[in-house]
Design a protein around this ligand. Structure first.
Ligand SMILES: [Fe+2]
Length: 363
């Protein structure tokens, strides 16, 4: 199982993992052999990379991720409930206690999976078509927020509230026209200002909900604030931003850049980390960035990387506590495929001569 860019796939390439449609149902099953026509169609659907079988990657053990079943069930709940809260570009009415209960159940189930896992988390484990980025983003932000909060030592009694706040942090986006949210090009000043209102819209709506903890409203309001005061909507500084909103800010940015959109592929996790490091101390609490680095996988098993030695291969295993130095199976040197007998593994933890300079697959 390797994750490869669709542009590397040919007629006959065999899928190592199913591809799911926007309802979470299997679109193309594991074992399916791609055709040129299907490859073009996938590209139109916003798929940029797929998991394929090849002789060098048989039997790789995957990183830990949230189960597909739980994710799908959650996405259906999020879509149904978010849609029911909106009418005429307004968030209206009281959140049905049943919806809230279902969100709490989702959080509990995700928490149970996260707490039983002792490894770093990888949310890039499946390939799926999404009809609305917001639902998937809300789910991922909840998961990243919870993983970060667990590792940052947030009290266990607060985790469920934090998870629900993560699910609801962007609820204000339900009132922003989808064409603006999904606009591929540069936003105009007016459009950018309109998008920024999702924070106050979410806050105004959530703070009046009797069954929602006020911290969820604060997180919706403050998750785009930056600790140096350059964020929005109020330009709050570090000490004035709710600690849960600071956790969410890290989770939010990481997911935003590592998720694919219909108009652009995702960045791989290590690029997402570079963005977090770049904002550490100005946008984000440095301590949270450090903890997040230990919480989420940097180079997922199966992704293709190029080393400073000119060798290309893919990640076969990660070394605990050393996310930058995984074990790589080398299959190419200077662009030329190695003979089968020359294929070998490099453990970057013991072989310190090389560094990863590029990972060419995006999804
Ligand atoms: Fe947001």
């Amino acid at each position: 199982m390797r994750l490869v860019s669709l542009s590397r796939c040919k007629e006959g390439t065999e899928l190592a993992k199913s591809i799911y449609d926007n309802n979470g149902l299997v679109l193309l099953a594991e074992g399916y052999k791609l055709t040129d026509k299907v490859i073009s169609r996938l590209r139109l659907l916003g798929i940029f990379a797929v998991y394929v079988k090849d002789k060098y990657s048989d039997g790789l053990i995957e990183d830990f991720g949230i189960s597909h079943e739980l994710k799908q069930r959650s996405l259906v709940e999020i879509k149904t409930s978010f849609t029911s809260l909106k009418s005429n570009l307004k968030l209206t009415g009281r959140i049905n206690p049943k919806i809230l209960k279902s969100f709490q159940n989702i959080c509990d189930d995700v928490l149970a999976e996260l707490l039983s896992n002792k490894k770093t988390l990888n949310l890039m484990t499946s390939v799926q078509i999404y009809d609305n980025y917001l639902y998937n983003h809300s789910f991922n932000v909840m998961v990243y927020t919870l993983q970060l909060a667990i590792n940052a030592g947030v009290r266990s009694k607060d985790l469920n509230v934090l998870g629900t706040s993560g699910l609801l942090h962007d609820i204000g986006k339900m009132v922003i026209p989808i064409e603006i949210l999904n606009k591929p090009g540069r936003l105009t000043e007016e459009e950018f200002q309109l998008i920024q209102t999702h924070t106050s819209e979410g806050y105004e709506y959530l703070k009046n909900q009797p069954d929602i903890p006020i911290v969820a409203a604060r997180c919706a309001f403050e998750h785009h604030e930056k600790i140096d005061g350059t964020g929005y909507p109020r330009g709050l500084k570090g000490k004035d931003i709710h600690p849960f909103a600071k956790i969410m800010a890290v989770a939010d940015v990481f997911d935003a850049v590592t998720s694919s959109r219909s108009y652009r592929p995702a960045m791989l996790p290590h690029k997402g980390f570079e963005i977090l490091y770049g904002g550490s101390g100005t946008h984000f609490e440095p301590e949270l960035v450090q903890i997040f680095k230990k919480s989420v996988i940097m180079y997922p098993v199966g992704i293709t990387v190029t080393l400073s030695t000119g060798e290309t291969g893919f990640v076969v295993k990660n070394n605990n506590n050393f996310p930058e130095r995984p074990i790589i199976r080398v299959i190419e040197k200077d662009g030329v495929a190695l003979q089968e007998s020359e294929v070998h593994d490099i453990d970057m933890l013991t072989d310190l001569t090389s560094t990863i300079v590029q990972s060419d697959v995006v999804m």
